[in-house]
Design a protein around this ligand. Structure first.
Ligand SMILES: Nc1ncnc2c1ncn2[C@@H]1O[C@H](COP(=O)(O)OP(=O)(O)OP(=O)(O)O)[C@@H](O)[C@H]1O
Ligand SMILES: [Mg+2]
Length: 255
């Protein structure tokens, strides 16, 4: 469903991505790993429209998206979370989710002004769905807490819930377990596996190898902007090029 062909992103003289070929098939969890600075976030930015490749092709369900804007890509069904959490800190957990759903809503500005029955019905439905999502991620008790006051793990889960509120087909996660303890990390893995079983496709960037092995069907390894390996978790674990890339970097591999 997601197809990248020869994707290159050049920042001046630096090739952050060089000829990257990558696919995510429907209902798969695909891991993207690699040392710090390998180009993982740049790749996710290019797929979500926050950045654009210098050359190459990105297709989502057959539609070229490499020149598309983020809101367009969201509407096509791609959602993401950020390495550095981006929530509306002064809004409550519930309000953050409602904003996520509004990218899908049909309520027009005029409808909102008129406060029509249809608009109110849609708003009511959104609130119910938002509460369901909060419940799913154990966040219902903090529904009315400002996002900025939530513990780190809760913020990460809220960001994930907000991404899911846009009803995506493909979910991109950039280091979703950063700052989580092992218990939270494992629970997140279970939640992600459930999402996959419900039909969602997932591209996940992570440094936590236990988590990667828990959830991924297949893994791509990026090093200095190049894909140096692609395979099952077991294949990747014993790949000499991968071991070399990790041992040869200053990355402690334990974000
Ligand atoms: N906007 C930018 N302008 C210039 N260089 C950039 C820009 N964004 C990223 N880079 C560079 O591109 C390279 C890849 O960065 P990127 O953030 O994609 O790495 P990463 O794999 O996500 O690393 P980390 O594991 O630390 O998050 C780095 O050398 C980075 O400094
Ligand atoms: Mg990154």
């Amino acid at each position: 469903m997601l197809h990248l062909e020869a994707v290159t992103r050049q920042f001046g003289g630096l090739k952050a991505l060089g000829n990257v070929n990558l696919d995510v098939a429907k209902g798969r969890i695909v891991g993207l790993i690699g040392p710090n600075g390998a180009g993982k976030t740049t790749l996710i930015n290019c797929i979500s429209g926050l950045d654009h490749p210098t050359s190459g092709v990105i297709q989502f369900e057959g539609t070229p998206i490499h020149n598309a804007e983020p809101h367009h890509i969201t509407r096509l069904g791609i959602a993401r979370t950020y390495q550095n959490i981006r929530l509306f800190g002064r809004m409550t957990a519930l309000e953050n989710l409602l904003i996520g759903q509004h990218t899908r809503g049909h309520g027009s500005l005029l409808g909102a002004v008129m406060f029509s029955r249809a608009f109110r019905a849609e708003e009511q439905g959104m609130r119910e769905r938002a509460r369901e999502l909060l419940n799913r991620f154990g966040l219902l008790p903090v529904a009315n807490t400002h996002a900025a006051s939530l513990p780190y793990g809760d913020q990460r889960r809220l960001e994930l819930a907000r991404a899911i509120a846009t009803q995506p087909k493909l979910l991109q996660l950039d280091e979703p377990t950063a700052g989580m303890n092992p218990v939270e990390t494992h629970a997140l893995g279970e939640a992600i596996l459930t999402l996959r079983d419900e039909g969602l496709s997932i591209l996940v960037v992570e440094h936590d190898m236990a988590f990667i092995h828990q959830v991924c069907d297949e893994i791509y390894v990026l090093n200095f902007g190049q894909i140096i390996a692609h395979g099952t978790p077991t294949e990747i674990k014993s790949d000499p090029a991968v071991i070399e890339a990790y041992l040869g970097s200053s990355d402690d591999g334990a974000a």
